[in-house]
Design a protein around this ligand. Structure first.
Ligand SMILES: NC(=O)c1ccc[n+]([C@@H]2O[C@H](COP(=O)([O-])OP(=O)(O)OC[C@H]3O[C@@H](n4cnc5c(N)ncnc54)[C@H](OP(=O)(O)O)[C@@H]3O)[C@@H](O)[C@H]2O)c1
Length: 278
């Protein structure tokens, strides 16, 4: 049986995707930062929990070593682990904007680097569907105010995905981005607690709306299974579309990316003025 590695299976998209892959007969290695967070999946015969923090290189090396010594050759990596730092770019603390990139960008790249020798080996052994799937976001296509640093990390993931795919083309390893719009996961509750960068600044007015914004986004969002299903399609299809926007009215978001930036600005400004979201 071949195996898939998914980072960040303690909740949300990672947990749902792990369940879906197990249901379809995959062997799943799922990473958590605390062993107890894998409790729900741990009872499954085809699941191994690995304790990994993507900002801690030795923990990545250790996890990949465990997989290499196991009985299930690794054929795919789903880079799902991520955090969403919110706050005005003008006032964000340096440790917070650095953490955004440490987890979402450098952590993802480190997992790719450590996993690739095993993916090359899988290809050389003739195994099919050898892939890296990076969980990006619609924020990797469009930048909203007050989540600019998150957006920057997801734009970076899009670039790494394209770069890797083009570098690995000759070796038969495909690299895909799955970019969800809002999804009903705990990430939105976590966003509500990030008030520090607004407090005592000229952006304090945003705080009044931050809970409503998070609640609306989660309420309007798709359930994680929709993203898991798309990941499954990307995993099992030969040459799937490599830039996969997974959201209601995804076509509209793609259209907006084509508009002149000043026109995009007006759309974001209108949203702020209407006070619908902020
Ligand atoms: N929900 C959305 O609306 C949405 C939309 C677009 C894209 N996404 C992306 O989808 C991915 C999953 O997010 P989610 O919505 O499912 O949120 P979530 O429920 O908060 O899951 C995030 C996962 O990442 C893990 N993680 C965070 N920091 C980590 C680190 N340093 N090392 C290893 N694992 C770490 C978390 O583990 P802990 O429990 O230990 O923190 C958790 O398992 C993220 O990349 C996110 O940016 C989400």
């Amino acid at each position: 049986m071949t195996s898939v590695l998914i980072t960040g299976v303690s909740s949300g998209i990672g947990l749902t995707t792990a369940r879906s892959l197990l249901d379809r007969g995959y062997y799943v290695y799922g990473t958590v930062r605390r062993a107890e967070d894998a409790a729900e999946l741990a009872g499954h015969a085809s699941f191994t929990a690995l304790v990994m923090d993507v900002t801690d290189r030795p923990s990545i090396v250790g996890a990949l070593d465990t997989i290499a010594r196991g009985a299930h050759p690794l054929t795919a990596v789903i880079n799902n682990a991520g955090v969403a730092v919110s706050g005005p770019l003008e006032t964000l603390a340096e440790e917070d904007y650095r953490r955004q990139f440490e987890v979402n960008v450098f952590g993802l790249l480190a997992v790719c680097q450590e996993a690739l020798p095993q993916l090359h080996a899988a290809r050389e052994a003739g195994l099919p569907n050898v892939k890296i799937i990076n969980i990006s976001s619609v924020s990797g296509y469009l930048t909203s105010p007050f989540t600019g640093i998150y957006s920057a990390s997801k734009f970076a993931i899009e670039a790494i995905t394209d770069g890797l795919r083009r570098e690995l083309f000759d070796f038969g390893i495909d690299v895909i981005s799955v970019a969800p719009g809002p999804v009903k996961t705990p990430i939105w509750t976590k966003a509500k607690t990030q008030t520090k960068a607004y407090e005592g600044t000229r952006y304090e007015y945003v705080l009044e709306k931050i809970d409503a914004y998070a609640d609306n986004a989660a309420a309007d969002g798709v359930v994680p299974q929709v993203v898991a299903d798309d990941i499954l399609t990307a995993l099992t299809t030969d040459k799937p579309r490599p830039d996969r926007l997974v959201m209601k009215k995804g076509w509209l978001a793609r259209l907006v990316t084509l508009l002149p930036k000043r026109t995009q600005d007006k759309m974001f400004l209108k949203r702020i003025k209407e006070n619908r979201r902020y």
